[in-house]
Ligand binder design. Structure first.
Ligand code: C2E
Ligand code: MG
Ligand code: MG
Length: 688
């Protein structure tokens, strides 16, 4: 094979120029046939050599031109090469471009590395073919062949640029990826700042690496780009060597993962972990006062129970939408979980301005949420903590806002409370009580007192309600109002409930075995009712020696009946089958749906004390409850009877049983037998 021949190259350029215009006249290849360097025309569209001179036939180890023309060059052509040829074809159509590249050809299966000049060659049918001229043969050492091939086939973009800008070399991956292969380096970058950053890095350390957006022919894509100062191997001039890998998929996946890691799935708000990091960032960089608004939806559980979980989700999404309307850009909304949200206002304004802003939130949140044509009433309670990021940490701020929110709940909900120091002290006291209750449960300091329930007709004590008291070692007898709420909030009610259940049932059995005909009522909190262990304990007790059917009554409140009516009815049915009776405590104050009442196995309705207190004004309501009770065959008990007048009014209306200070206050267990005996002797007599 011949060596590069500069004159021949110039001849060829002339031939090419003429050939481009002589396509329809005679053999456009006739001049090329005279050249000593292998020259051929490759028809890219059908993968066949169209014309070849003798040197080319020799190089391709073909018998003659006809044999070479008959070869299908696509047979062992890789996808990358065929893709690249298409690219060249497009370039030839667009311009008079010529290219020089190192190619490895396989004439008879044996690799031969040659340097080839390419240019466009218009065929008579106006399609663009490729004129190829070998301008040099390189030493075909295996390493040379492999490295040349690797450069051609790799997906990594490799390019060499002179310092003044024009490209010196680009491998096919680089040529395909950039918009204009001849444009200076700066044109790679969508954002020119990335170019400046790269040059700055190069000037300082001689190399640079970062992930940048590159303008590719189809779209802008992310590349992991490395740049190094080096010398052009051909001229020795300083140059920049670039390698770049398309990392768009990776970047999108990583961005998505980080988006998801920071977000709440349902509402698209930020999540707790983001808030924590965000406050940590503020702590480092900002000293301006911030306001943290911690809020939740009032009685959200009830919304879920009454309208279904789907409706609950709709409420949460709507809450987020409304919150977004009310905040400024840069303020952050976070869903902590469940129905709990945080809005973080940076650079919070003065208290009065902030209050106005909060009122706007409250106003937005006060409109009902519409779901499936149902209007769901919503309101929120808010706790606000003001803080300087540099002086407070995440846990402390959250705790303050939480305490303020708790105060809003205590104040009847649907309101806003700003945290203050007194609130902090009260919360610490509550924490202390919590610790004390835990200890009291371990030390068995809770006892039951019993309040008699009197039959209105016979005046006898027929039943006794067990009411829990805490025998505090220092403070004496502590009433349930001080600890039941905390037990409910913390979950300690489950343990307390178990203790009450064990003691109350044991007492009922003991009285029964002692010949005292007395039913015992036990209060069951909603949380306890939902606890699987509670059902288990009821079942165990029902098999104990001395357990009698209908000896023990469980008092539940109306809100236990809201939600999955079938599930609740089944549970109540099971409890009834075990031999317990069911009473609804504080009846008339809850939200139970009267049309469902008849579906539940209920033995007793206890009219709430508030109605009895207001007699005779509240007479019509009480009469209504009495009628309802008769209708479903339940015993009606009036709670909190304090006066003779109330007693007389209720007795006249055929209320079955009465309970209240007028008859007897709750008393220690030891006093019950005496009270029972006294009421037998003097029917209807109040206990002093
Ligand atoms: P409740 O179940 O409605 O109990 C009746 C409450 O009214 C008792 O208060 C009782 O002492 C009080 N009371 C009874 N008659 C009168 C009256 O004529 N006038 C007035 N002003 N009050 C009267 P107590 O013992 O302080 O219990 C308060 C609440 O604590 C109970 O209301 C019940 O909801 C809860 N509770 C008490 N013991 C337990 C328990 O063992 N477990 C659970 N989960 N809750 C309990
Ligand atoms: Mg009760
Ligand atoms: Mg009650």
């Amino acid at each position: 094979m011949s060596t590069p021949d500069r004159n021949a190259a110039q001849d060829l350029a002339a031939i090419v120029a003429r050939a481009r215009h002589e396509t329809r006249a005679g053999d456009p290849f006739s001049l090329a046939r005279q050249l000593q360097t292998p020259t051929w025309v490759f028809d890219i569209d059908n993968g066949h050599i169209r014309h070849a001179n003798a040197a080319a036939c020799h190089m391709w180890q073909a018998k003659d031109e006809a044999e070479l023309q008959s070869r299908d060059m696509r047979a062992d052509m890789s996808l990358t090469v065929s893709h690249r040829l298409r690219q060249y074809q497009a370039d030839f159509i667009a311009s008079d471009a010529t290219f020089r590249e190192m190619w490895t050809l396989y004439p008879a299966g044996k690799p031969t590395s040659v340097e080839v000049n390419f240019s466009g060659f218009a065929l008579p049918d106006n399609r663009m073919a490729m004129l190829c001229e070998v301008v040099g043969e390189t030493e075909s050492s295996p390493d040379n062949i492999r490295s040349a091939e690797a450069l051609l086939h790799t997906d990594v973009m490799i390019a060499l640029y002179s310092l003044s800008g024009p490209p010196l070399y680009m491998n096919p991956a680089a040529r395909n990826a950039v918009h204009d292969p001849k444009a200076p380096l700066v044109r790679w970058f969508v954002d020119e700042t990335d170019h400046d950053i790269m040059m700055f890095g190069l000037e300082n350390t001689g190399e640079h690496r970062h992930v940048v957006i590159v303008r590719t022919p189809n779209e802008d894509r992310w590349f992991d780009l490395s740049a190094k100062y080096c010398s052009d191997a051909a001229t020795g001039e300083p140059a920049i060597l670039l390698t770049a890998i398309d990392v768009s998929e990776l970047k999108i996946a990583r961005d998505k993962a980080s988006y998801l890691a920071d977000r709440d799935q349902l509402t698209g708000c930020f999540n707790r972990s983001y808030l924590q990091q965000h406050i940590a960032r503020l702590t480092r960089f900002q000293s301006d006062q911030c306001a943290l608004l911690y809020f939740d939806v009032d009685r959200f559980k009830q919304i879920n129970d009454q309208f279904g979980h789907e409706a609950g989700d709709v409420v949460l999404v709507e809450i987020t939408k409304r919150a977004r309307q009310a905040i400024r850009e840069g303020d952050v909304i976070v869903r902590l979980g469940g129905d709990e949200f945080v809005i973080l206002l940076e650079g919070a304004p003065a208290r009065e301005v902030l209050e106005k802003q909060i009122n706007r939130f409250v106003e937005l949140f006060s409109h009902p949420v519409v779901h499936d044509a149902t209007q769901i009433p919503v309101s929120i309670s808010i706790g606000v903590a003001m803080f300087r990021p540099s002086a407070t940490d995440f846990t402390a701020v959250m705790r303050q806002a939480d305490i303020a929110l708790y105060a809003s709940k205590q104040n009847g909900r649907n309101c806003t409370t700003f945290f203050d120091e007194e609130m902090g002290r009260a919360a610490r006291r509550r924490d202390l009580i919590e610790i004390e209750i835990k200890r009291a449960l371990e030390r068995d300091e809770f006892v039951l007192h019993y309040q008699p329930r009197v039959d209105a007709q016979t005046g006898r004590i027929v039943s006794a309600e067990a009411l829990v008291r805490w025998e505090h070692p220092d403070r004496g007898l502590v009433m349930p109002g001080e600890f039941i709420g905390i037990c409910e909030e913390t979950g300690m009610i489950e343990e307390l409930g178990q203790q009450v259940l064990r003691k109350g049932c044991a007492q009922a059995i003991a009285w029964h075995q002692a010949g005292l005909d007395l039913q015992v009522s036990l209060n069951v909190s909603p949380r306890q009712f939902a606890d699987a262990e509670f059902m288990q304990a009821l079942a165990t007790i029902s098999h104990e020696a001395g357990f009698e059917e209908r000896l023990i009554e469980l008092e539940i409140t109306e809100n236990v009946l809201i939600g999955d009516h079938n599930g609740i009815a089944n549970k109540l049915q099971k409890i009834t089958e075990m031999g317990y009776k069911i009473a609804i405590d504080d009846f008339g104050t809850g939200y139970s749906n009267l049309s469902y009442i008849s579906r539940f196995p209920l033995h007793c309705l206890k009219i709430d004390r508030s109605f009895i207190m207001q007699l005779p004004t509240s007479g019509p309501i009480v009469q209504l409850i009495l009628a309802l009770g008769r209708q479903i065959g339940a015993t009606i008990v009036a709670e909190g009877v304090e006066t003779q007048e109330q007693f007389n009014w209720l007795a006249a209306q055929q209320c079955n049983q009465m309970q209240g200070y007028f008859l007897a206050k709750p008393m220690p267990v030891a006093q019950i037998p005496d009270a029972v005996a006294r009421f037998c002797a003097t029917p209807s007599a109040p206990d002093g």
